[in-house]
Write a protein that binds this ligand. Sequence first.
Ligand SMILES: O=C(O)CCC(=O)C(=O)O
Ligand SMILES: [Fe+2]
Length: 226
Amino acid sequence: MILSVTDIITPETLATCRAQLEAADWVDGKASAGHQGALVKNNEQLPAEHPVAVEVGNVLLQALSQNPMFMSAALPLNILPPMFNRYAGGQTFGTHVDGSIRTIPGTGQRLRTDLSCTFFFSEPDEYDGGELIIEDTYGSKSVKLPAGQMVLYPSTSLHRVTPVTRGTRLCSFFWLQSMIRSDQQRSTLFDLDVAIQRFGKEMATHPSVVQLTGVYHNLLRQWAEM
Ligand SMILES: O=C(O)CCC(=O)C(=O)O
Ligand SMILES: [Fe+2]
């Protein structure tokens, strides 16, 4: 499932974060790429330990933990600290697949990357190119979202970022391990949750809604790993 998540942070918080990011010192993005990734990666990143990366990363994680759509779609078990990248002057990231296992900094704990996330800080009309092209089971999808929105896609997908030929594309990107490893099972749970929520508060105690909620939790109980 490829999903756009909206209403994550307020426009004011978005503007503050963006100003902090723009004033920071950036380095070559190849530093954190794997062998294959380094060959096709041409962008800039904030070092993971940069105070601005840590601060803005925490703002995003805190906001996402309060976002019902994100929580329902991702069912996160562990999330890596958000990282930040930018592309300008023709920079691009060629086709690659994200590394399957990453170490959570400072803990040595390993995380399986189930979902990849890109949060957009730049508006689409501020730059040309910079589409995130994700190859899904049903073909490829081009993603270029308004500032403040985030795309969530399976880390199993081949993906690339097309050259940014005008302006600057500023984003956060990160990975998470979900309680539900299978994309198909996770999508099924998300569909069920969305369908149940559509009944609304007034129907919440209807026997069918109670029963469907039971089905949701019993599937989660069967499939979740922690
Ligand atoms: O910039 C993006 O949207 C994606 C970055 C990416 O694919 C990566 O860092 O692995
Ligand atoms: Fe990637």
